[in-house]
Design a protein around this ligand. Structure first.
Ligand code: RNT
Ligand code: ZN
Length: 430
């Protein structure tokens, strides 16, 4: 399909018979690690790409409102998708540059309403029929999110925990309909979707009553989740603060941890939703003692919950390591969540997804047994020495092999394809 770029690491001093991958394979084998198994394992891990990176969290409702809910997109890089067709074309380009089989994560505001005003409490699976048939045609799974922001009934910062019963009812209906849509997607595609609830509810300044909104949020969620549905699983997403909800967020970490444990729902951990230096890696094995599954919103907060494009940093390595070494690949669903309009949006998807996959590969290449044996024996010296040794092993050569086998561009080759797409397609958008 795509012409693979010759690996830059194949220097002239190497024996011609030894490809960089063959050498890497030997290095890892010496530590008891089977690179072939790692490659197979990586191919089996789907990542849910977030539709909202493609159009700055805009969506396709006829009203087309400004982004609200305390999240923000900065930048005005040309070429953002303006229609569902454009967004799908962009996604196809991104998926063609990402190795493996994946999923798409849709927000309710990305329905296709045929120019009509369909309010959030009236959305139906039919509004997502095109997305479903497109996903089927491309072998993608779908995930879903009710949209509790960018709407007049969310403008004062409250939705499911609103003090007004009518407004609460409106959003509860939206939540119920969203679950139905998620379930329809899951059933149509033969792969259960996650329907993830995140609400922006909170106060800019010190509240006089921290209790009542939380009670109302719990009650509203219980109403939304009342009916058992086949085809979707429910997740709830806590947050520390948002822009304009700096002093109090109703759905805090403790609130949703308690909620998810008591209702046996999925907890969604977004990497940007905690104190700036607090990572989510260590939470994985804690929370999975008590909830059935986790949803991860892999993101990168810079100083605040800024939703920067995911890159291969220590936090990302640690997250992937805990998922893999903990044996949690079947209980952790991986999704991305960031929005950057200052760079090419297709490239943003590709960079973030490939970074997550590379972190997962590094985790799959870890000699976990050797590390754990050293630990059990009390030999923390060897544990630390080996952990350090692993950092400079030729993981990148195994990654390039993976890209080649999956028939996607190797190395920097993919950026040329994004540039060509920019010229042929994105630059034509007004
Ligand atoms: C917001 C949450 C949420 C959103 C998306 C658009 O802070 O992270 O997941 O980013 O629903
Ligand atoms: Zn998130």
């Amino acid at each position: 399909m795509k012409a693979p770029l010759k690996s830059a690491s194949g220097s002239s001093k190497q024996k011609p018979a030894s490809t960089p991958y063959a050498l890497a394979k030997e290095r890892y084998a010496a530590l008891g690690v089977d690179t072939e198994k790692a490659l197979e394992g990586l191919a089996a891990i789907p990542v849910s790409l977030h539709c909202w990176q493609g159009d700055d969290v805009g969506g396709f409702e006829s009203a087309g409102r400004a982004l609200s809910g305390g999240i923000a997109v900065t930048g005005n890089y040309p070429g953002k998708a303006r229609t569902p067709e454009e967004l799908r074309t962009d996604l196809e380009k991104a998926f063609s540059l990402i190795p493996g089989r994946h999923r798409l994560n849709l927000h309710a505001s990305y329905g296709e309403f045929g120019g009509k005003k369909v309010d959030r409490d009236s959305i139906e699976p039919a509004h997502f029929a095109n997305w479903i048939s497109w996903a089927k045609a491309h072998g993608l799974g779908l995930d879903f999110n009710p949209t509790f922001f960018s709407h007049p009934k969310a403008e004062d910062g409250f939705t499911l925990s609103h003090s007004n019963r009518g407004i609460r009812k409106f959003w509860i209906e939206h939540g119920k309909r969203s679950r139905e849509i998620g379930a329809a997607m899951g059933r149509a595609l033969g792969s259960p979707s996650v329907t993830n609830v995140w609400v922006p509810d909170g106060f800019k300044d010190t509240p006089a009553d921290r209790v009542s909104p939380r009670k109302r949020l719990a009650d509203s969620l219980d109403e939304i989740f009342e009916t058992k549905l086949r085809g979707t699983v429910d997740a709830v997403e806590p947050k520390l603060f948002g822009i304009g909800s700096e002093s109090y967020v109703v759905g805090s970490a403790e609130f949703y941890l308690g909620y998810a444990v008591s209702r046996q729902k999925l907890l969604c951990l977004d990497a940007g939703h905690f104190h700036p230096t607090e990572g989510i890696a260590d939470k994985i094995s804690s929370v999975l003692q008590f909830v059935p599954e986790l949803l991860l919103h892999v993101s990168r907060g810079v100083r605040w919950d800024s939703d920067h494009v995911v890159v291969l940093n220590d936090d990302l390595y640690a997250i992937a390591r805990e998922v893999v070494a903990g044996g949690f690949l079947k209980r952790v669903r991986l999704g991305l969540d960031y929005f950057d309009a200052s760079i090419n949006r297709v490239a943003a998807w590709v960079i973030g997804t490939r970074a997550l996959q590379r972190a997962l590969l590094a985790a799959l290449l870890e000699p976990t047994k050797a590390l754990q044996d050293a630990e059990v024996a009390g030999d923390f010296t060897s544990r630390l020495a080996l952990q350090e040794e692993l950092k400079a092993l030729p993981c990148g050569d195994v990654w390039e092999e993976f890209c080649q086998r999956q028939e996607v561009p190797v190395g920097m080759q993919w950026i040329a394809e994004v540039r060509a797409y920019e010229e042929s397609t994105l630059s034509l958008r007004g």
